[in-house]
Design a binder for this molecule. Structure first.
Ligand SMILES: C[S@@+](CC[C@H](N)C(=O)[O-])C[C@H]1O[C@@H](n2cnc3c(N)ncnc32)[C@H](O)[C@@H]1O
Length: 395
């Protein structure tokens, strides 16, 4: 992260009550926050479950559903008015490059989605969180309800510049593009917060794994992540661990107490461990000619494939030649293998101390220098550095 970005983030953060839980109604609390100031919002609002009667298991034990006052609304119209109020405030406080995530079930997510679209949010994806350990359907009259839906949206249509850490998510998924169906277990075991009586501290505590994926996908270290329905602070705990700032809003003092205690115990990861891997298209393009131009390989240097079956000669204009054929590192790599295409950066190798090294190492060296100019580069600007100051691999 550049110094300028860090300074801008610090100035922004000064205007915000970062790493704090605001106590009270979320609409009122959101109104105290500046316009366009927050990078990411994760909202887990009341689902308006409309539970009718007590639910029991076949052995007649009672199922602990969500029958708390905060989840009750007198009508769909009342629920929609409430959704409109908090979503409008979220849209105001989001930066134009920020995004909003809302999680819900079939009871509320369609209404919430419609309200979001009415307000001008632009839906980027909906994610199905498939629960690996859902609660069974005890009455056997419907399908087991085994998923919840997350809506991911930007505040405006055609938004550009929002954060999506595509490469990080791909890495998280062992090299495969992350899909929109996520298999994650419910929050159980040691992660589930318990009160002094041993009962669940919160009926709808979300799994940290879910928040890990959301925050990793849609924010950068140092960003401000807001949760207007903080509950026991799952969003804050994961944000803090991943080196982001959090702002929580919650109106129940008991949940706030549990969240504060939880957050106190979270140790943030080291900054180098949460740094975002750059997307390939964000990396500076380095033509092979720059390797020659900078003297990292001299004209006439021999390049080899990993099995040393082919040898090419580097030319002064950044092309290479083999047996009279001349072209780019990619064209000649493809030519000698009889293939339609080839990544010359990984195919061709140069010799250092009797060992073959891929020429991609030289590209990485140039990229690293461009991103954080070394002392030599600063000298070079003032005309004091020589071409030989860069590590050099001759013939
Ligand atoms: C679905 S739960 C969120 C649980 C949270 N994601 C967690 O992992 O602990 C919704 C929370 O919103 C709170 N809440 C409901 N209405 C609110 C309002 N108008 N303002 C602030 N908090 C509210 C409830 O007290 C409840 O803790």
């Amino acid at each position: 992260m550049s110094q300028a970005v860090k300074a801008a983030q610090a100035a922004q953060a000064q205007r915000l009550p970062i790493n704090t839980i605001l106590s009270g109604d979320c609409v009122a609390a959101l109104r105290t926050l500046p316009d366009r100031s927050v990078d990411l919002i994760f909202a887990d609002p009341p689902y308006n479950l409309q539970l009718q009667g007590e639910l029991t298991r076949p052995d007649q034990s009672r199922v602990a559903g969500v029958d708390d006052a905060w989840d009750k609304f007198s009508s769909f119209a009342e629920y929609d008015r409430f959704s409109h109020a908090w979503l409008a405030e979220c849209r105001r406080v989001l930066k134009p490059t920020g995004t909003l995530w809302v999680i819900g079930s079939y009871h509320n997510i369609f209404r919430v989605g419609a309200t979001m679209q009415d307000l001008g949010f632009w839906i980027l994806n909906d994610i199905v969180w498939r629960k690996s350990n859902p609660m069974p359907n005890f009455r056997g009259r419907r399908f087991t309800n085994a998923h919840e839906t997350l809506i991911w949206a930007s505040p405006e249509a055609n938004a550009t510049g929002y954060t999506f850490n595509y490469e990080a998510l791909k890495t998280l998924n062992e090299g495969l593009q992350m899909r929109s169906d996520w298999l994650i277990p419910l929050c159980t075991g040691g992660e589930r917060l318990k009160g002094e009586d041993g009962a669940k501290a919160h009926p709808t505590q979300k799994p940290e794994a879910l928040l890990h994926r959301v925050i990793l996908a849609a924010s950068k270290p140092g960003d401000v992540v807001l949760d207007p329905f903080f509950g026991t602070g799952t969003t804050g705990a994961v944000a803090k661990r991943l080196g982001r700032h959090y702002i929580g809003i919650e109106r129940d003092p008991g949940y706030i107490k549990a969240a504060r205690e939880r957050l106190r115990q979270v140790v943030p990861a080291a900054s180098e461990d949460v740094e975002i891997k750059k997307m390939k298209r964000e990396e500076v393009r380095i033509p092979f000619g720059q390797v020659v131009e900078r003297g990292l390989l001299d004209p006439g240097t021999k390049l080899y494939d990993p099995a040393k079956r082919h040898a090419a000669r580097v030319r002064a204009d950044g092309s290479i030649s083999v047996d009279g054929a001349t072209g780019s590192i990619h064209q000649i790599g493809a030519h000698v293998q009889g293939l339609p295409a080839c990544n010359g950066w990984t195919f061709w190798h140069f010799m250092v101390d009797g060992k073959l090294k891929p020429i991609d190492l030289l590209r990485q060296q140039i990229r690293a220098e461009l991103e954080s100019p070394p002392a030599e580069a600063v000298l070079a600007k003032s005309g004091k550095a020589r071409r030989g100051d860069l590590s050099h691999h001759g013939r």
